[in-house]
Design a protein around this ligand. Structure first.
Ligand SMILES: Cc1ncc(COP(=O)(O)O)c(C=O)c1O
Length: 414
């Protein structure tokens, strides 16, 4: 059982007097920052605020900070080495950047496969590329049974003409976890590059890029208790092969060739702190040995968090399903809980989502409404793009009291 009070002690936001009693159900858009991430960022800004590559102490320490964060990200994703980790502004910027680099080897008529279950960050970059290079786009449809992409269509869509398959690990509206490994196996058979958006999955599950069999995978530290920063993993052989868009003096090897310009070192240091926080959960609440590897500690920590978040989902679903005004878009059965992350979307029969969102804000409950940058999912579900859904998402610091406060506030719409 996760001790939420202990976890909350690691998040300074819960000690801010003006935010007393605030409920943060907005984690899918951005989680609160943990102390370890904040402290690492501040330390990098005060004690070693220097550019990299110098012979003076602040620069040397800055480089060590960067290496530590890269190794931590490699442990988080089970990369085979730290060189496979590329930092960037956010997942969207990294995806635009990497899609351009991949595009250098694509030709008119080549095919790319996208899904109707993805966030725009893993659709628009590829559509823009398709426009520029006259590529053919094939779509993996939305599946109304799983609320993710339709896996049964993958084998017929991915052919020897397919060069890239871009897909999401978890849908940011419905919460469904997609079978990435199955699609990756099909794509690799055809020699296609597999690009995974793991932004929504990363805070709620164990990622093992080697087991997944994908080629590139991106996530966001700001949904993982860290500062605003994107993290990308790429298979080393592919990163070496891709021709990067970079200034001529930038080192021509991964990961440096993809990290153009001066890095946000303070944010990257914070990423390292956020991942160390996950390892701390593993040691403190997951029973992982103190002298074990950081990877093992992270995995134990994630398992503790997953169990906690699944209990909360069960609790909120029971409350929401009892309200006849509510329509939930996503997997609801108890045996499906392991197939979803704790992000839930719903609409009310006679109340616009914006009104629900405003009502909740007045109660101190922070949640999102709208299309959440997933117009394809909204379109598949037949929902209005502007008003969209009400979306709640839980995090490791969410408590049962938060859920009960939300359900009480929902009584208003009975
Ligand atoms: C599933 C998914 N992919 C990508 C993104 C974009 O991430 P970033 O903010 O790092 O660009 C988001 C942001 O909400 C998301 O939910």
């Amino acid at each position: 059982m996760v001790d939420v009070a202990l976890i909350r002690q690691q998040f300074p936001v819960f000690s801010v007097p003006s935010l007393e009693g605030a409920v943060f159900f907005d984690g899918a858009a951005g989680t609160q920052m943990c102390s370890r991430a904040l402290e690492a960022s501040v330390r990098a800004s005060i004690e070693n605020n220097a550019n990299l590559g110098g012979h003076f102490s602040t620069s040397i320490i800055a480089e060590q900070d960067l290496d530590r964060a890269r190794s931590a990200a490699a442990a988080l994703l089970n990369a085979s080495c730290a060189q496979e980790i590329v930092f960037g502004q956010n997942m969207t910027a990294l995806t635009f950047h990497m899609s351009r680099c991949i595009g250098r080897s694509l030709r008119k008529g080549d095919e790319i496969v996208l899904t109707r279950s993805d966030h725009e960050a893993n659709i628009s970059p590829w559509l823009e590329l398709a426009k520029d290079l006259e590529l053919t786009v094939r779509w993996l449809p939305f599946d109304f049974e799983t609320y993710g992409f339709d896996l049964s269509q993958a084998a017929s869509l991915i052919t020897e003409r397919t060069r890239v398959v871009a897909l999401s690990y978890a849908n940011n509206v419905t919460g469904t976890i997609n079978d990435v490994a199955a699609v990756a196996a099909l794509a690799r058979n055809m020699g296609a590059i597999v690009y995974v958006d793991a932004v929504q999955y990363a805070p709620h599950g164990v990622i093992d890029v080697q087991a997944l069999g994908c080629d590139l995978l991106a996530c966001s530290s700001h949904k993982l208790y860290g500062p605003h920063q994107g993290v990308l993993w790429g298979r080393l052989a592919l990163l070496e092969q891709l021709i990067a868009y970079k200034p001529r003096p930038t080192l021509d090897k991964p990961p440096y060739k993809f990290e153009t310009g001066t890095k946000s070192r303070e944010a990257i240091a914070g990423v390292g702190g956020a991942i160390e926080h996950l390892a701390w959960i593993g040691r403190t609440l997951g029973g992982s040995p103190v002298n074990g590897s950081q990877r093992n500690q992270i995995v134990s920590g994630m398992h503790a968090v997953i169990a906690h978040e699944q209990r909360l989902v069960q609790e909120v679903l029971a409350g929401l399903e009892a309200l006849d005004e509510v329509k939930i878009y996503g997997l609801c059965k108890p045996h499906d809980l392991q197939c979803r992350v704790p992000t839930l979307s719903f609409t009310l029969k006679s109340t616009p989502s914006a009104v629900v969102s405003q009502h909740m804000a007045r109660q101190g409950i922070r949640l999102w409404h709208g299309n959440n940058f997933s117009p394809e999912t909204l379109h598949a579900l037949g929902l209005d793009q502007n008003d969209g859904v009400v979306r709640i998402s839980f995090a490791q610091y969410t408590s049962s009291e938060d859920v009960q406060r939300f359900l009480l506030a929902m009584q208003h719409f009975r």
